[in-house]
Design a binder for this molecule. Structure first.
Ligand SMILES: C[S@@+](CC[C@H](N)C(=O)[O-])C[C@H]1O[C@@H](n2cnc3c(N)ncnc32)[C@H](O)[C@@H]1O
Length: 223
């Protein structure tokens, strides 16, 4: 385990507090409230999304590969979502059968996974046909000038917070076979300019014709 992750885990919640207060929390709330059925969250960190899962969620599995984050996640799961299952796993190697989930949630994770293509392929594998990926990610800017700065400063971002600020994540989601059915653009509140471009929305896997979309029924709560 790297010392870097130990330090990041200690300061993660306090470091994010201003961004959460300035609007990130509301973005999380609106996104995660759309989860329903059997739900997987990847890279759950300290558990910032846990309180926003609603009664339409039948089961919740949260994964996180870094032990210092995982310890905090386990504590927050006990307090906020005691019926959720916590597993240590990277998004590139998800320990689930094919077609296990209706919805996957990724917030501020696809910027930092080692192999984004592989992580998205894994999400497509464990989601059922027609399954949805709810995403909130900071990404490469559409503005060429800012994108240039993101390229130049990517090493710094990687060194400071273990993720990349110049990834074309929406393109990657589409390349993995998802259709981005809802995409909104926003600004990462209180973040430095090269980390500000933010996308959030819903991407859906193709669905065999004539079958109802998974994860749409109202069922028991995990809370
Ligand atoms: C910026 S934090 C976001 C945490 C949380 N999702 C949130 O929204 O607050 C990035 C998280 O991704 C996790 N992570 C890093 N590499 C990963 C990987 N290969 N697969 C899944 N998660 C990963 C980190 O351990 C960390 O918890």
């Amino acid at each position: 385990m790297s010392v870097h992750w130990k330090i990041l885990a200690i300061f993660y919640d306090s470091q994010m507090a201003k961004s959460e207060e300035a609007g990130l929390r509301e973005l999380r709330r609106g996104l995660v409230a759309q989860a329903a059925g059997d739900v997987l969250e990847i890279g759950a960190g300290t558990g910032a999304n846990l309180e926003y899962y609603g009664p339409a969620v039948r089961s919740l599995a949260v994964t996180e590969p870094q032990p210092p984050m995982l310890r905090r996640l386990e504590q927050h799961v006990r307090e906020r979502a005691p019926h959720a299952t916590v597993l240590r796993a990277p998004a590139e190697d998800l320990p689930f059968e094919d077609d296990s989930f209706d919805v996957a949630v990724s917030t501020l994770v696809l910027c930092g996974v080692e192999d984004q293509r592989r992580a998205l392929r894994q999400l497509a594998r464990v989601l059922r046909p027609g399954g949805r990926l709810l995403f909130l990610e900071h990404v490469r800017s559409d503005d060429a000038r800012l994108a240039g700065w993101q390229n130049r400063l990517n090493w710094l971002n990687r060194a400071l917070v273990c993720c990349e600020c110049n990834r074309p994540t929406l393109d990657s989601i589409r390349s993995a076979g998802f259709e981005a059915t809802e995409v909104d653009h926003a600004v990462f509140p209180k973040a430095p300019p090269f980390v500000r471009p933010l996308i959030f929305g819903v991407a859906r896997l193709p669905q065999p014709t004539g079958q109802p979309a998974p994860g749409q029924s109202t069922v028991g709560s995990v809370g």
